[in-house]
Design a protein around this ligand. Structure first.
Ligand code: ZN
Length: 159
């Protein structure tokens, strides 16, 4: 199987079977992020234990890239600290902007490596990053003891 086909399979698998779907009971914070360019919508709930992400769930509608990337995100951050999650977020952002040097770090990115090809399609990068943007927002709000919120990305934001 060619690498691109394998990556496609991984993305479709996350799209069909999101890993932490739905609303999180007892979430500290819930945020809703919307990508008007594509119509992707995600509600991300986060529960922290100290600075560790003890629980996360995503309820969303939208394209396969946005929903699959959000599913991968939940897998990569649950059980990790917020700083570790932000590091993974930054690694994924670099992957999307083709800034990585050499091979992407699979330990940090997990199935996120399957999205490497998305970097070639600028309009889809926002789709892939939506879940990570929502996570960063939710984690920051949870750490600050703030409530949830709603964010709509315009043309210049979110990338
Ligand atoms: Zn999309």
């Amino acid at each position: 199987m060619a690498l691109e086909d394998l990556y496609q399979e991984i993305i479709l698998d996350h799209y069909r079977k999101p890993r932490h779907p739905g609303r999180l009971a007892g979430a500290d914070v819930e945020v809703r992020h919307y990508n008007p360019v594509c119509g992707d919508q995600l509600t991300v709930g986060v529960k922290l234990d100290g600075d560790k992400i003890a629980g996360i769930a995503v309820e969303g509608v939208g394209c396969s890239i946005s929903q699959a990337a959000a599913s991968v995100m939940t897998e990569q951050v649950i059980g990790h600290t917020v700083p570790e999650a932000l590091e993974a977020s930054e690694a994924f952002r670099r992957l999307m902007h083709g800034e990585g040097e050499g091979e992407p770090d699979e330990e940090v990115l997990g199935d996120g490596v399957a999205f490497a090809g998305v970097a070639k399609y600028p309009v889809r990068i926002k789709c892939a990053l939506l879940g990570w943007m929502a996570l960063k927002d939710a984690a920051a709000r949870a750490l600050a003891g703030q409530g949830g919120g709603e964010t709509v990305y315009d043309e210049d934001e979110g990338s």
